[in-house]
Design a protein around this ligand. Structure first.
Ligand code: IMP
Ligand code: MG
Length: 178
């Protein structure tokens, strides 16, 4: 698996540092409040697990599974909810945690959907952002790294359901996609 890696973009140490930084900001911004952190499966799972341990507030966790991708590297533009939230978000301070925002289509759909459930507040946190790929504007409150338009894997993020368990963020050799 590691032989498929072309280059490591963000090492484990760099990711740890960034996650701690974001967690500290969230702790400060939501001081005195309870926070509901919603992870977008499956990609955000690992980031969320590390992030919540850096948030020093009463935190609840829920997950939603949405997909705008098949197993290819191109967005289909069609968003499907495969698993909805377990609990109501009405009156809560909600922070959506994403692995990566690309076209923004997935989050645009989820934000509309969540707004209609009347949370007290709604904000977005993503580890990675590809701003130049955006098709719909998204208001991102916390972003780890802006990255260029390159397909990446690792730290929860997959290619064809593989590489999620890489402890770093990396690009793959072109022959992997053949
Ligand atoms: P969007 O709807 O185009 O913003 O797509 C967001 C989702 O696409 C992310 O949550 C990822 O699951 C997936 N995605 C976008 N870019 C990449 C990438 O470079 N590698 C792997 N998955 C990606
Ligand atoms: Mg995803």
């Amino acid at each position: 698996m590691r032989n498929d890696v072309k280059s490591v973009l963000y090492s484990e140490a760099v990711l740890n540092e960034k996650v701690a930084e974001i967690g500290a900001k969230i702790t400060e911004d939501y001081a005195g409040k309870d926070l509901l952190v919603i992870g977008v499966l499956k990609g955000a799972n690992i980031f969320l697990g590390d992030l919540v341990r850096k948030i020093e507030l009463p935190v609840q966790i829920d997950f939603i599974a949405a997909s705008s991708y098949g197993s290819s590297t191109e967005s289909s533009g069609v968003v499907r909810i495969m698993k909805d939230l377990d609990y109501s978000i009405e009156g809560k301070h909600v922070l959506i945690v994403e692995d990566i925002i690309d076209t923004g289509l997935t989050l645009h759909y989820l934000l509309d959907n969540f707004r209609s459930r009347n949370p007290e507040s709604l904000a977005v946190c993503t580890l990675l952002d590809k701003p130049e790929r955006r098709k719909v504007p998204i208001d991102v409150k916390y972003a780890g790294f802006d990255i260029p338009d390159e397909f990446i894997v690792g730290y929860g993020i997959d290619y064809a359901e593989k590489y999620r368990n890489l402890p770093y963020i990396a690009t793959l050799k072109p022959e992997v996609y053949e």
